[in-house]
Design a binder for this molecule. Structure first.
Ligand code: ADP
Length: 585
């Protein structure tokens, strides 16, 4: 309370104005210093250059003809030489830098062909021991120094034309009434009709109530209208997460730059290295095995017999068409694929699966399920609906049903990584990778009783891509189910790697996908919004990208581990000259 009283004396304009750089300021160019417009300056110096060259050459030819020594220069020749040097320097400065930079800054795919490689593997290994100190001290994640920045500046227009929020006297009255409890905080948006103002007032009221500062949590620069009634209630600001880019990731002959929102140092760098190995080996192939979102209500009867009657009715193929017509009324995109039932005494769990176009589809499938439940009440009036979701779906919880049956998109993605790429880029060997995969991802996970966790760090990549592209990050639980397989092929020279992911739950419409930042990341991948060619094509492509990025991530982390610990342990336990019996005694 004391803190509350103390803070309530703060001036109304307590939200610090943020310094904004005007668009005009950013557009200032070096050429503005020239007395003439740029094209005129260029024309003058070109003319000067060629006139001086012509003048000097014709004079020197005359001297050679009359046997006059070239070292004897007239005043006009000195002027011509000065003009030549001046115009040459100008033209070199203007055109030369761009030319040199075009040689240095080659596209990334070309850079990937070069022999020198980053040391992501070492960095990842060192990272294991470096958690006690800040990332910057423990790791050197820096890339080699780049040449000076190119003169072209891309100016991002700020989202909000007037980003600084200043609270008024009227706002102060509302803040006081929120602090006093007379105005509910949740009602601010509807009362004020201005989402940003509502957020600013709520934020200030919260700071006064708690006596805690929210400095550091930005308020300005976000479109609060876009989240109203859809993404987040009672906003007081937004959290910033950096977005890094891994890629190009080559899948099914197409390149993708994969956006990853993360605060885990080296994750993007590591995935990027995996993308490089895949690219240099000719790319990955991704295959969609299944596409269907699920929802499973729980219903209860007076007897197990009645529950069994409904199970048999729902699973009878003769009834499917009728049920599908009822289900499909809910949406243009939701199309019933099947119903799988599980019985527990008098209780029945009905797992509906349907296509959902480009939406992740939870709302869509729920609406369809509700239609069917209403329809079933006619023939099964004794059915008690316990809940639209009975956890047999299963959403955001580890569950074998998703691992076995799949949920959302089921994808398998594979690549053959060439032996020399394994050596040069991944700094390990095919043999080490295959052995480590067997010991860690298969045997180790089996020992741990893993459920869908037969991988090194699929959830790292899944979550980073989900946050960047506006997916529901809580669904990383089942979306990260993945088994990573590795095998030596082509007489042991090359590595076949695959990731099988049965429950990737992604959409490119609905939910957080339409927010500005997330939508920009989807746009980068070429999968923004609803597909114009065929409904669902964008979300399926996004699932392929997720699986491909996981493939890259698995490849890189496993290589880092294999290059470090495994090689060392090989040296110690397999190739040691030491007498093992003595060591053990
Ligand atoms: P979810 O079901 O993933 O929670 P929504 O409830 O927001 O997502 O449903 C998606 C909405 O987008 C629906 O209203 C649907 O009609 C609309 N929509 C438009 N185009 C498409 C598309 N290509 N695929 C799926 N839904 C689409």
């Amino acid at each position: 309370m004391e803190a509350g009283r103390r803070s309530s004396t703060k001036p109304v304009q307590s939200l610090k104005p943020t310094k904004t750089v005007s668009v005009d300021e950013d557009l200032t160019k070096a050429s503005d210093a020239l007395p003439l417009p740029l094209h005129l300056s260029n024309a003058v110096f070109f003319t000067l250059f060629f006139s001086a060259v012509y003048f000097l050459l014709s004079h020197w030819r005359e001297k050679i003809r009359t046997s006059t020594p070239l070292s004897v220069v007239t005043f006009s020749e000195i002027i011509a030489i000065l003009a030549f040097v001046a115009s040459f320097i100008y033209l070199l400065g203007f055109f030369g830098i761009d030319f040199v930079q075009s040689l240095i800054l080659r596209p990334q795919t070309e850079v990937w062909n070069s022999e020198d490689d980053d040391e992501v593997a070492d960095v990842l290994l060192r990272k294991k021991d470096a958690r006690k100190v800040p990332c910057g001290q423990a790791l050197d994640c820096s890339l080699p120094p780049l040449p000076p920045p190119a003169p072209i500046v891309t100016v991002q227009k700020v989202l909000d034309e007037n980003p600084v929020t200043v609270l008024t006297e009227e706002d102060e009255e509302i803040i006081k009434s929120v602090v006093a409890g007379t105005t509910p905080s949740y009602s601010l948006e509807s009362k004020l009709g201005d989402c940003k103002r509502a957020a600013a007032i709520r934020r200030e009221a919260l700071q006064r109530l708690t006596g805690k500062s929210l400095e550091g949590l930005p308020l300005d620069g976000f479109d609060y209208e876009s989240i109203l009634g859809q993404c987040c209630e009672m906003p007081v600001g937004y959290v910033q997460i950096p977005v890094g880019i891994a890629g190009p990731l080559l899948i099914n002959g197409r390149e993708y730059s994969v956006p990853m929102a993360t605060t885990e140092g080296c994750l993007v760098a590591s995935t990027n290295r995996g993308c490089k190995a895949i690219h240099l080996s000719g790319g990955a192939t991704s295959t969609l095995l299944r596409d269907g979102m699920t929802r499973a209500p729980a219903v209860r009867f007076g007897t197990a017999k009645r529950a069994a009657d409904l199970k048999l009715y729902l699973e009878d193929p003769d009834n499917f068409d009728t049920l599908a017509v009822v289900f499909n009324r809910s949406s243009r995109f939701g199309r019933l694929q099947g119903i799988k039932c599980a019985i527990a005494g008098k209780n029945l769990y009905l797992r509906f699966t349907c296509t959902t176009g480009d939406a992740m589809g939870m709302n869509m499938v729920s609406k369809g399920v509700q239609n069917v439940l209403d329809f079933l009440q006619t023939d099964f009036p004794d059915m008690d609906v316990m809940g639209i979701s009975g956890n047999f779906c299963s959403d955001k919880k580890p569950a074998a049903v998703n691992w076995i049956e799949g949920r959302g998109k089921s994808v398998v993605c594979e690549a053959i990584i060439k032996g020399d790429v394994v050596r040069k880029v991944l700094k390990t060997t095919v043999e080490s990778l295959v052995e480590l995969n067997m010991l860690k991802n298969l045997t180790g996970s089996a020992m741990a009783g893993a459920l869908g966790g037969f991988n090194a760090h699929a959830s790292n990549i899944v979550t980073a891509v989900y946050i960047a592209t506006g997916q529901d990050p809580a669904q990383n639980v089942e979306s990260s189910h993945c088994i990573t397989m590795m095998e030596a092929v082509n007489d042991g020279k090359d590595l076949h790697i695959s990731v099988t992911m049965p429950s990737i739950e992604v959409g490119t419409v609905g939910g957080g996908t339409q927010l500005a930042s997330q939508s920009a990341c989807l746009n980068l991948l070429g999968v923004k919004g609803a597909s114009k060619e065929s409904a669902g094509a964008n979300s399926r492509m996004l699932a392929a990208v997720v699986a491909g990025a996981v493939l890259a991530g698995e490849l890189s982390l496993m290589s880092a581990l294999a290059a470090g610990q495994l090689v060392k342990s090989h040296m110690k336990y397999n190739r040691s000259n030491k007498d093992v019996s003595k060591a053990s005694s």
